[in-house]
Design a protein around this ligand. Sequence first.
Ligand code: IPE
Ligand code: IPE
Ligand code: MG
Length: 231
Amino acid sequence: MRNIKLPAHIAFIMDGNGRWAKRRFRPRAYGHKMGVQNMTKICSHAFKLGIPIVTVYALSTENLSRPQDELDELFDLIRLYFGKKREKLTELQVKINILGDISVLPEDVQQDILAVTEETAHYGEGLLNICINYGARQEIVRAVNTAVSYGRFADEASFKELLSTAGIPDPDLIVRTGGEVRLSNFLLYQAAYAELYFSKKMWPAFGRRDLERAIANYSARDRRYGNIGRK
Ligand code: IPE
Ligand code: IPE
Ligand code: MG
């Protein structure tokens, strides 16, 4: 990928696991299993290309209203990837950071997640944010309440630091798979000037070449930030 302007922070809305499985006459849980495998593959490729920050939307706050059997399967996958298969995450050699409220997860899973974030805290340059029970509106309301509790008016610079992404630059590129054209409560504040890219591919089928295509598309865009552009 020469002569390409890479995003410094890429975020993925990994949608379409259930439909991908259904088309193959397999249970939704199989789609989630293949979805997590693809997550490690695509994140690894993004870091290899030289993107320093990757964020993945793994579970939204609203996803918690799904049927309990699907939630159990999703929680089991989280348990697996922060437990027995933790090397799939740690071998990325990047810091692992969680965005969202993991207190809804079983206690042992929370402990495993904490252990992985601690183990990788000293790792090199890269950062992988995994959003679990994350909701942008909830995040913004919490930040407002924190600002109120401080008894001071916030400005943009101080407000940013009250969000769960404190200290992390905003995403440059948000890629959503699965064909829907919406943000589904993802990084609403931070996405103010993100470039959006929508792919019709279901997440488990989104490959390395698809990622490169998304980045090339991003690279050709003129980010004007309200100004008049580079012509
Ligand atoms: C995305 O895939 C993963 C999660 C939201 C946990 P879905 O489970 O939403 O898959 P579809 O959109 O139903 O195909
Ligand atoms: C968005 O997908 C959340 C994640 C990918 C984790 P959803 O499948 O929950 O989004 P909606 O319901 O189609 O908006
Ligand atoms: Mg979906």
